[in-house]
Design a binder for this molecule. Sequence first.
Ligand SMILES: Nc1nc2c(c(=O)[nH]1)N(C=O)[C@@H](CNc1ccc(C(=O)N[C@@H](CCC(=O)O)C(=O)O)cc1)CN2
Ligand SMILES: Nc1ncnc2c1ncn2[C@@H]1O[C@H](COP(=O)(O)OP(=O)(O)OP(=O)(O)O)[C@@H](O)[C@H]1O
Length: 213
Amino acid sequence: MNEWKKAERARMADLRKGIPAAQRAAWSESACAHAVRMLEECGVDRFMAYVSFRSELDTAPLLEWGFMNGKTVIVPRCIPEDRSMELYAISSLDMLVPGAYGIMEPDPALAARVDLARTMPQAIVVPGLAFDVEGGRLGYGGGYYDRFRDRITMAAASQGCPVPPWIGLGFDMQLVESVPMEAHDARMDAIVTERGRRRITPCAKERSGCSWS
Ligand SMILES: Nc1nc2c(c(=O)[nH]1)N(C=O)[C@@H](CNc1ccc(C(=O)N[C@@H](CCC(=O)O)C(=O)O)cc1)CN2
Ligand SMILES: Nc1ncnc2c1ncn2[C@@H]1O[C@H](COP(=O)(O)OP(=O)(O)OP(=O)(O)O)[C@@H](O)[C@H]1O
């Protein structure tokens, strides 16, 4: 499994790297527009999203929509020591500074720390190297989002609120037939690409009580 994951990570990273810059920008705009529509339909006023690095889909249009529309935009900061993520609310991309792995992250001096016990995001937009139609996801192998999934599940349970839907956001070419999943791997409730919403699990609908189709 680990060898397969390693090879698949390298293959998918290469594929993504091959997307020309203009194409990447256009696809990123379209995918973010689909994500925005989804968040709007769900009446979301606070959401968590990733800040793109390397050749990832550029989430800036999604974050900017949040800033412009008075949403609470929550982004993570990686703590490599224990592979956890701290959350901060930002109101501008200027509040980001380079962090672990070269990923832009909130500057703790500028951004407000988010405590899940008080501010539960209503949706979580997740990065990935590959996704499959069952909501399977292949990440970079740090287990950051898998650990975060455990944390948010516990925080939600202790508040008696539903776990927010997990939305994988990536390019259509990142969709693969199947990502073998291990017990700890977090599954997506929806996958959004430049071609639209690719998959929504029925349970996400029930949990969030919103009208995704
Ligand atoms: N934008 C964004 N943020 C994210 C993620 C992501 O995929 N995208 N991650 C989602 O998971 C986590 C970061 N995970 C990462 C894990 C490893 C490496 C990395 O550079 N790995 C080396 C190989 C390390 C090794 O095997 O020794 C490499 O790829 O060269 C980068 C990010 C959390 N934040
Ligand atoms: N909930 C968890 N608690 C502790 N360790 C975990 C957890 N989830 C995953 N791990 C560990 O993290 C490592 C990476 O897991 P995996 O290969 O699934 O990462 P990934 O999903 O690709 O990474 P990421 O979430 O950062 O994108 C594995 O060694 C795994 O055992």
